[in-house]
Design a protein around this ligand. Structure first.
Ligand SMILES: NC(=O)c1ccc[n+]([C@@H]2O[C@H](COP(=O)([O-])OP(=O)(O)OC[C@H]3O[C@@H](n4cnc5c(N)ncnc54)[C@H](OP(=O)(O)O)[C@@H]3O)[C@@H](O)[C@H]2O)c1
Length: 288
């Protein structure tokens, strides 16, 4: 795969065009550890260097940091790999809940440092605004962790444009990670603001999420365009994101090596203006 280097924003942090979302390696349905490590190594072999994780990627709170520990094990002696993690979600009995209190974020960050076995986290993303905690307090806590050298770059996730602007008043924001794919354009305004500001935008669930990814080819428009390019529908979905904005760095999730290898192949797909126009219409078709 050709993976032209592309720096995003002023950080110089991102050097790949496609990252890997590592959540499927640690949540329900996850593979045995040795297979998960093979998938991470397959991604590296494709030139993927950005690995997205979170302390909450685990089955439940008894094993917080499962995904981070797996990455640390798989990425030993691979200095080219950049691990981006997150704090702000908790998993009591497997539920997804938020905890954006400064004291929680401090503890979560320190636990992530230990799980990853690093002195500083390359990109620490505040996972999701907590309605119980003023947003500025959570962001302020992450800014403090950065001042202490525990975090190199700060990212946000699941934020609105207004929250991005509020956070920018507190800290330098290196990236935003929101849900975005062919079927869900709800964060298009956030993505455009990131592009204006030179901030990286990491669209999560680029294949429409774990439960839907395999079946996206049942969309007639997508399947037709995939056939035209002799590509998989998943490759077309990623190629569409890559062509949408120079700020975008998709992070397809995969637990199988064959799947991340297939996703990496999206870097070789060039969509025509006509393809893009047709693909742009899919979200409207599916929400109509
Ligand atoms: N910030 C947040 O709140 C948030 C929320 C959700 C996700 N994320 C991040 O974003 C990443 C990606 O999102 P996601 O995992 O929810 O959804 P996704 O990337 O849309 O879909 C993931 C699923 O796609 C399947 N897949 C991957 N490549 C494929 C291919 N070429 N052909 C067929 N199926 C393929 C994988 O199956 P196999 O597992 O069988 O390989 C995987 O289960 C996550 O891993 C996580 O890092 C962040």
């Amino acid at each position: 795969m050709t993976m032209p280097q592309r720096k995003l924003g002023s950080t110089g942090l991102f050097v790949g065009e496609i990252g890997m979302g590592c959540m499927p390696l640690s949540v329900n349905g996850r593979p045995p550890e040795k297979d998960g490590i093979k998938t991470i190594h397959a991604a590296l072999e494709q030139g993927i260097t950005l690995f997205d994780t979170a302390d909450a990627y685990c089955l439940n709170s008894t094993e917080n940091g499962h995904n981070e520990r797996l990455l640390a094990k798989a990425l030993q002696n691979r200095p080219e790999a950049i691990v981006a993690t997150k704090g702000g979600h908790i998993r009591p009995e497997g539920r997804w809940e938020t905890d954006g209190r400064p004291e929680h974020l401090r503890q979560a960050c320190e636990d992530s440092l230990r799980a990853l076995g690093v002195e500083a986290i390359a990109l620490y993303q505040f996972h999701r605004p907590d309605p119980k905690v003023p947003f500025a307090e959570s962001v302020g806590a992450v800014a403090e962790l950065q001042r202490e050298g525990k975090v190199v770059h700060v990212g946000l996730s699941n934020v609105s444009v207004a929250q991005l602007e509020e956070a920018r008043g507190i800290v330098t924001v290196a990236s935003v990670q929101n849900r975005m794919n062919l079927f869900d354009h709800s964060s298009m305004d956030v993505m455009k603001r990131c592009e204006e500001l030179g901030i990286a935008f990491l669209p999560y669930s680029p294949l429409n999420g774990m439960g839907n990814a395999r079946g996206i080819g049942s969309n007639e428009t997508l399947s037709r365009i995939a056939d035209r390019h002799d590509a998989s529908p998943q490759q077309i979905a990623i190629a569409w994101l890559l062509q949408l904005s120079p700020a975008i760095l998709p992070i397809p999730g995969a637990s199988k090596a064959t799947n991340i290898i297939n996703c990496a192949g999206a870097a070789n797909v060039t969509l025509s203006a006509e393809d893009v126009a047709e693909l742009n219409g899919i979200a409207a078709q599916t929400t109509a």
